[in-house]
Design a protein around this ligand. Sequence first.
Ligand SMILES: Cc1cc2nc3c(=O)[nH]c(=O)nc-3n(C[C@H](O)[C@H](O)[C@H](O)COP(=O)(O)OP(=O)(O)OC[C@H]3O[C@@H](n4cnc5c(N)ncnc54)[C@H](O)[C@@H]3O)c2cc1C
Length: 397
Amino acid sequence: MPTAAVDDPFQAPERRALRAVVTDFTTREITPHLPAWEREGQLPRDLHRRAAEAGILGIGFPEEVGGSGGDLVDVVVMTEALLEAGGSGGVISGLFSHGIALPHVVDEAERRRQRGDTAGADDLVERIVAPVLRGEAIASLAVTEPDGGSDVAHLRTRATRVDGGWVVSGAKVYITSGVRADVVVAAVRTGTPQEAAAGISLVLLDPRAEGYAAPRSLEKMGWWCSDTAELSFDGVPVPDSDVLGEGLGFASLARHFVSERISIAVTAYATAQRAFDLTVAWARQRETFGRPLVSRQVVRHTLVEMTRQIDVARVYTRDVARRHAAGEDVILPAVQAKKTAVEAGDYVVDRAVQLHGGMGYMRESEVERHYRDARVLGIGGGATEVMDDLAARLLGY
Ligand SMILES: Cc1cc2nc3c(=O)[nH]c(=O)nc-3n(C[C@H](O)[C@H](O)[C@H](O)COP(=O)(O)OP(=O)(O)OC[C@H]3O[C@@H](n4cnc5c(N)ncnc54)[C@H](O)[C@@H]3O)c2cc1C
């Protein structure tokens, strides 16, 4: 009879080993430097190389394209471990921005391979995917535009046909790793505005190309160590070989939004877990009116509520991740997991700051950073209201 631990993919020996590797990497290579990176507003490129050497950067990408293998369950384990060991949502977003950019390139390489274009497939893998997964280059996904991010089907950045390819003009905003990016997977309109979603394609933009303006670095409420950019393009050339399937962009985005939303849910509950752990330690040691905080019933009940919300979010999200990795359609559960975990995260970081008192409001306290970092999770990857709209449609309301 298999034991419960063996049945639970999150407790499999190789996942436990992965957790230990990521925890060790985080405490050695991330937490000592995080305050400096937060001040600098970006992660060092060297961190990408070191994460690749540790086998962390390529988790969830097949070994054939230069990844470390594994599936979404491994990505969940890695994200939990990094955050619970004292990492941050900013590190997750900046170090793993390729996690939302590269899957579209890998899919296109596979499509080319299937139709016999081995050279075209190899070109994408060797020129784009492998260097990013070796930590030698940085990739961003650019969908959101100054006119709006929620309504992806009506984006305006325009690709115009020219001899041998396209030229792209338009603008993108709030692009993670966009200041440091060496390659940008951008959603552009190759069709007419009337074609809406069907007229959208993903293309590779080279930030060194003519017409690609210097990125504008944006200052944010949280995620300080993750650079965020506004990008503008004026006739940036894109060869045909760098179009990732004409008209296939929206479908590709929609497909990979599912794993992005699950990852955001994990970031939310794992951030909450870290904030909770810090708060329990604080409540045990901090005394008011002659007794430790934790001796007060109202404080203990708050800690119980924090645990309850984290556990519900974790169990539900892990189940959705497991089902996604097994090939099940989890569009609706992924949306529900994101909202559940974001609400848990918002509650927990708020209570964490409250129980820390004045210290919780100080820059020197870690929970202050988690409070700011968590706020974006209900906005990025699909705002909660837009997700509720999607859920209502999927449920037929
Ligand atoms: C730190 C950060 C990093 C990001 N990284 C990236 C990235 O790497 N790549 C990328 O492409 N984008 C990125 N984004 C953009 C993000 O995905 C968008 O901000 C998000 O999709 C919302 O789009 P918007 O900001 O244009 O808001 P809008 O679409 O203008 O919506 C504004 C608000 O209105 C509400 N709303 C919208 N539509 C509806 C509706 N139908 N019904 C009810 N309420 C509604 C929601 O509350 C929403 O938050 C990032 C954003 C941030 C803040």
